[in-house]
Design a protein around this ligand. Structure first.
Ligand code: SIN
Ligand code: FE2
Length: 203
């Protein structure tokens, strides 16, 4: 089911559910080449969410700032290629919200454990804001915080579960968003974790 969140933004409930096992098995090969790690913010704090990437560029944070890097700084190698099932889910979800020509070149993979969260932020390290953001939830359920274009707007709390996809673009491209602290739980496919795939056109 498609639920409109704002102009250019929607929650696609269950959109990727039938492919969640395929997404998770493709993720295993990514993680064996580019293991999850806790990046450090420019302010010097270790992020509680573990991250990796696939695609032509990966989102990286370190004491010098945020950037998209074609190379994984931890391995010195290019990030693993984006699997076809990742690309297909992302482009099809974008099209379902009206973004027909989405060509993601970067996928940030976030891994949450109970208690971890991402505070409200905008995704604005990409070169071109005409492409949407596509965010796929896998594993444990969470509460996605969908705010407005100003940090001061109180976010709407959106429950997301395995296979749900949130898309925001167009007039919503720069909305503030985040994830509430992950509740305790156990998921048959991911154990005590939630995985989020965020697709961007970064370059
Ligand atoms: C993010 O904003 O990078 C993560 C969103 C999510 O985990 O749902
Ligand atoms: Fe984000």
């Amino acid at each position: 089911m498609k639920l409109r969140l704002a102009d250019g933004a929607a929650l696609l409930q269950g959109f990727a559910a039938a492919r969640s096992d395929n997404l998770l098995s493709a993720l295993q090969s990514i993680v064996s080449a580019a293991p999850f790690r806790h990046m450090v913010t420019p302010g010097g704090f270790r992020m509680s969410v573990a991250m990796t990437n696939c695609g032509h560029a990966g989102w990286v944070s370190d004491p010098s700032g945020y950037r998209y890097d074609p190379v994984d700084p931890n391995t010195g190698q290019p990030w693993p290629a984006m699997p076809a099932v990742f690309f297909d889910v992302a482009t099809q979800a974008a099209a379902a919200v009206g973004f027909e020509n989405f060509e993601p070149d970067a996928c940030l993979v976030n891994r949450y454990e109970p208690g971890t969260r991402i505070s409200l932020h905008q995704d604005k390290d990409e070169r071109d804001f005409t492409a949407p953001i596509v965010s796929v939830s896998l594993g444990l359920p969470a509460v996605f915080l969908f705010g407005g274009l100003k940090r001061s707007e109180r976010p709407v709390r959106i429950p997301v579960k395995n296979g749900d996809v949130v898309v925001w673009g167009g007039p919503s491209r720069l909305v503030y968003h985040g994830v509430a602290p992950l509740p305790e739980g156990e998921h048959p496919a991911t154990g005590r974790t939630r995985i989020n795939l965020t697709f961007r056109k970064a370059l």
